[in-house]
Design a protein around this ligand. Structure first.
Ligand code: NAP
Length: 401
């Protein structure tokens, strides 16, 4: 595949997609603004494909977008209707990307909910591309179940009979089927069951796609009836905006995901920030000093360096004094945290985290209960101090604070 051809295809498909769809002004302007850039990025990655890469001594296969140029992707799914069930963070990002990739996709959400309105605002048209959930499932050949995990469980009794032979069932999380004793989600035996799990929020799935980049995702097969399940999963990964994908299993995906977000990605970092801040405050440091030394320097200066070239790069960018101390204290933090991480992994593995999540997120008062907890965080001194610190950033905009 020559680079030039890939670019031309991307441009052609993007403009075809733009004219084919009745798209609301918001999406339309984004698309027309971004499509050329997306095409250029496709050109940049055009030489890459399926590869075995050495990840620190372990060989793994990765799949790249270049394996599925747009004409091949569109041809592969020409007889399919993708039915996106749910229009939350992931449903929104994945369905808009698939639509911009020129695929035949419809959205299914409950009428009257927030998602219905949002889908309409994004140009999905009632009776044409927007349906209630049962109707969308009936019309779809690939059923993308992107309801919230709790809703996947509570709606399963109505959804299951509609997933008939020949359809494909798609998830973005292993949660529902891996913890089937708790969720009761047991897929019918005669359908392919696959997973594409983007490693980031649905909003990022969309913004990276519009920038011509692409999120990374894992792909897995739970049930392969047609012998094509894996191939379909890889193609769908590209369809929904993935830049590259790596293999996993449903079980490994859900274990690592639940563990990671409770750990370093969210819960762990929140706990570390708070503990460090509190000790500084107890020792007489001002809120601005405590916040700057805990959160602001981390997010604005040091963590991006780790993201760019790794931990040693960050160390090299710091003073000799900082380096010496951090090198000495890192093993102590590791030792102190290890038992917490062991306990967390076990809590994920034995399903405790799932049961907790289903119970909490299945409550009728879920939204209010959650908001109460988030308000408590927002009211903590550390985060109130953070608002003032952010105002002081020279490039601060009102909407960022
Ligand atoms: N968010 C992420 O960062 C992320 C990343 C990777 C994978 N995933 C996975 O992707 C899937 C979707 O996640 P998400 O974050 O996009 O979900 P979400 O934002 O919580 O989506 C909720 C969707 O479910 C619908 N819904 C909720 N309760 C319902 C009910 N009882 N009946 C019918 N519809 C109901 C909502 O519709 P209404 O508006 O009508 O309430 C909305 O469309 C999950 O499996 C998740 O684990 C998420």
């Amino acid at each position: 595949m020559s680079l030039q051809r890939t670019t031309a295809q991307a441009l052609r498909a993007a403009s075809k997609s733009a004219t084919r769809q009745t798209v609301a002004k918001r999406s339309m302007s984004l698309l027309s603004r971004q499509a050329p850039r997306a095409a250029l990025a496709a050109q940049a990655t055009g030489v890459r494909g399926v590869k075995t890469l050495d990840f620190a001594g372990t060989k793994e296969v990765v799949y790249e977008r270049a394996d599925w140029p747009l004409d091949k992707l569109q041809d592969y799914f020409k007889n399919d209707t993708l039915a996106m069930i749910g229009y939350g963070s992931q449903g929104h990002g994945q369905s808009l990307n698939a639509r911009d990739n020129g695929l035949n996709i419809i959205v299914g959400v409950r009428k009257g909910g927030a998602s219905w309105k949002e889908a309409q605002e994004d140009g999905w048209v009632e009776g044409e591309t927007l349906f209630d959930i049962p109707e969308a499932i009936k019309r779809g050949t690939i059923i993308m179940n992107l309801l919230s995990d709790a809703a996947q469980s509570s709606t399963w009794p109505e959804i299951a009979p509609l997933i008939t032979k020949g359809k494909t069932l798609y998830f973005s999380h292993g949660f529902s089927v891996v913890y089937k004793e708790d969720t009761k989600v047991v897929p019918p035996k005669d359908v392919d069951v696959i997973l594409v799990a983007p490693k980031g929020s649905g909003r990022t799935v969309r913004t990276l796609f519009l920038e011509g980049r692409g999120i990374n995702a894992s792909v897995a097969v739970y049930q392969d009836v047609t012998g094509k399940a894996k191939e379909k999963a890889r193609a769908l990964a590209v369809a929904v905006g993935t830049g590259y994908a790596y293999d996993t299993t449903f079980e490994k995906e859900v274990y690592s995901d639940l563990y990671g977000e409770r750990g370093v990605l969210m819960g762990g970092i929140q706990g570390m920030f708070l503990a460090q801040y509190e000790v500084l405050r107890k020792n007489g440091h001002s809120p601005s000093e405590a916040f700057n030394e805990t959160v602001e320097e981390a997010t604005q200066s040091l963590f991006p360096l780790i993201g760019k070239y790794g931990m040693d790069y960050m160390y090299n960018a710091c003073s000799t004094t900082a380096r010496r101390g951090a090198l000495d204290w890192a093993p102590k933090f590791k030792e102190a945290n290890l038992p917490v991480f062991e306990a967390l992994y076990e809590s994920v593995r034995n399903g405790s985290e799932t049961r907790r999540s289903l119970e909490f997120n299945g409550r009728k008062t879920y939204r209010e209960d959650l908001q109460k907890e988030l308000d408590e965080i927002d009211n903590q001194e550390i985060w109130r101090a953070g608002k003032t610190v952010r105002q002081l950033r020279p490039d601060a905009k009102k909407e960022d604070i």
